[in-house]
Design a protein around this ligand. Structure first.
Ligand code: AMP
Length: 145
């Protein structure tokens, strides 16, 4: 991550604040649901990005989406974890942001989402911007002013 120590909030870009792709846990669209649930439980994250084999952003998948999918009338139908794949369950209708976008766009984006995926013009995945990072910057700004 680039240093943001002396940069004014409005001059910061998403690139300076994002967690880069190589540090982000993700799953692929053709993975079985069981694999996605393992990644989510072991990482402790409630949701992670879904990519294709070429590292293109496809959507996100969460623990709640998986649990909803396997919920039967009276029990969790855990056999569905190996029958279904990530693409059957993931949410494709999620906003994205670009590396060169400004802090203020990032701030607006994380009002309704705990994290936003950063993609390039070909939908290649660059990383994520989290609400935590945005709040940390605002907190630092308010206490240094
Ligand atoms: P945080 O603001 O750090 O609590 O992160 C909010 C959400 O962003 C987490 O619940 C995850 O869904 C996602 N997230 C944060 N860091 C990562 C990461 N390194 N890999 C995958 N997802 C992440």
């Amino acid at each position: 991550m680039l240093s943001v120590q002396n940069t004014e909030l409005q001059d910061m870009t998403v690139e300076q604040l994002m967690i880069p792709a190589e540090k982000v846990a993700h799953v692929q669209r053709q993975n079985p649901l069981e694999h996605a649930l393992l990644v989510l439980v072991k990482s402790g994250y409630s949701a992670v990005p879904v990519l294709d084999a070429s590292f293109r952003f496809q959507g996100i998948i969460s623990k709640t989406m998986i649990l909803d999918h396997i919920l039967g009338i009276e029990r969790f139908e855990v056999e569905k974890l190996s029958a279904a794949t990530v693409k059957d369950v993931m949410d494709q209708d999620v906003p994205t942001i670009r590396k060169k976008d400004h802090f203020t766009k990032g701030l607006k984006s994380v009002i309704n989402h705990p994290f936003i995926c950063v993609v390039d013009e070909n939908d290649l995945f660059d990383g994520i911007l989290t609400r935590r990072v945005i709040l940390k910057q605002i907190n630092r700004y308010l206490h240094e002013k």
